[in-house]
Design a protein around this ligand. Structure first.
Ligand SMILES: [Zn+2]
Length: 376
């Protein structure tokens, strides 16, 4: 069967760095780079880009989902590279100009921290406008924010379809106006933290043996409230009958209503997808049971080695294996003590799922999922 989409999830430690290729008959693949992991992911990403065919290295979209160091750390050197200047067609990033009521920069920024200013979009500071000078920025939205659009009702989710000529059908599911507003209030602090990350904070608690999965799935958890995560750009990509949901670090409380609104617009109850990159590295604060029910998937992608935050959380994966349709596959970009517990035969048999890890010989390649085409 022909492949419609390939998704490679690189090992980006606690962060995200994915390469998505939408294959097109008799044309080069349409490509999207999704985040760059923390800064130490850059050599790995650069090595991956060097594997692209020499006559076709186009990155149609470089997506910076939100300002957190585990997503933009590797994106900053990437966007500054000669490669990006030559091959990137569009950078999708919601910078300061896209936020409602942007507040003035503090003095230290105004005086010119080039990198911060560059990402922050401070007109007049070093002549930069948000992404490195001369780079195309949010072309797909005619320079406006990449966001889920106005919802029909105040309490409902929204979505926005982007017109990508000759590429996949792309629907933006996050952020909504409220989360962009929340980021606006804390923009400078968030940007400072993202560009000056603290050293990794210790070792998370060691994982416990997995026992009562149903109880884990039912664990009461507090929803994620961090403004940068809430501002995440989350996308549904559909191409030749295959589909991929990229959850970034988006809130379950934003994604679920957006998916519900999208499903209603399509006259269905849920939005089934082939692959779902779980939001926020499989955090229990983002992966809600409601979200899993609204976007049933055949493949679930989890990007984290567990550094600092101990992701993925057991309740999140329990919600997946309890709530997912029959025989899904969990893809982890690291095999470690935390993730390998989910590969126990007894568990896999009881809940009917499969698990995939990077190969032992090439862990630097992470995992790559191929989604078959259902139409030409
Ligand atoms: Zn993250």
């Amino acid at each position: 069967m022909a492949t419609a989409m390939r998704v490679q999830m690189l090992p980006a430690r606690l962060g995200d760095c994915l390469l998505v290729e939408c294959l097109r008959p008799r044309q080069r693949p349409w490509r999207m780079l999704v985040d760059g992991g923390p800064s130490d992911t850059w050599p790995l990403l650069r090595a991956r880009l060097e594997l692209l065919p020499s006559d076709d290295q186009t990155i149609d979209v470089a997506l910076v989902t939100h300002i957190d160091s585990d997503h933009i750390g590797g994106m900053i050197p990437f966007l500054a590279s000669a490669f990006a200047r030559e091959h990137v067609r569009d950078v999708w990033f919601n910078g300061r100009p896209h936020l409602p009521r942007p507040v003035d920069p503090p003095r230290s920024v105004a005086q010119g921290e080039t990198l911060t200013a560059s990402l922050g979009g401070v007109p007049g500071v070093s002549g930069v406008s948000g992404v490195p000078d001369g780079m195309p920025w949010n072309i797909a939205t005619a320079g406006a924010a990449v966001w889920a659009g106005e919802s029909i009702r105040a309490d409902a989710g929204g979505f926005q379809e982007l017109d990508i000529s000759d590429g996949p059908r792309i629907t933006v599911l996050s952020p909504d106006a409220r989360r962009l507003g929340a980021l606006a209030k804390t923009w400078w602090k968030a940007l400072d933290e993202a560009t000056h990350p603290r050293p990794d904070r210790g070792v998370p608690k060691p994982p416990q043996p997995l026992r009562d999965i149903e109880a884990l799935a039912a664990t009461k958890t507090t929803n994620d409230a961090a403004p940068p995560n809430g501002s995440s750009i989350a996308l549904l990509l559909e191409h030749r009958g295959a589909s991929l949901l990229l959850g970034a670090d988006a809130f379950g409380t934003v994604l679920a209503p957006s998916l519900a609104t999208l499903a209603a617009a399509r006259g269905v109850d849920t939005v089934p997808v082939d692959a779902f990159k779980l939001p926020h590295h499989g955090s229990q604060a983002n992966v809600t049971a409601e979200l899993i029910a609204l976007a049933p998937a055949r493949h679930y992608l989890v990007s984290s080695n567990g550094d600092t935050f101990g992701h993925p959380d057991d309740p999140a994966l329990a919600r997946v294996v309890v709530g997912a349709p029959a025989q899904p596959t969990l893809w982890f970009n690291y095999r470690n003590e935390r993730t390998s517990r989910w590969a126990q035969t007894a568990l896999r048999t009881a809940y009917g799922y499969a698990v995939r890890f990077p190969t032992a010989t090439r862990p630097e390649a992470g995992v790559a999922v191929s989604l078959p085409a259902r139409r030409v």
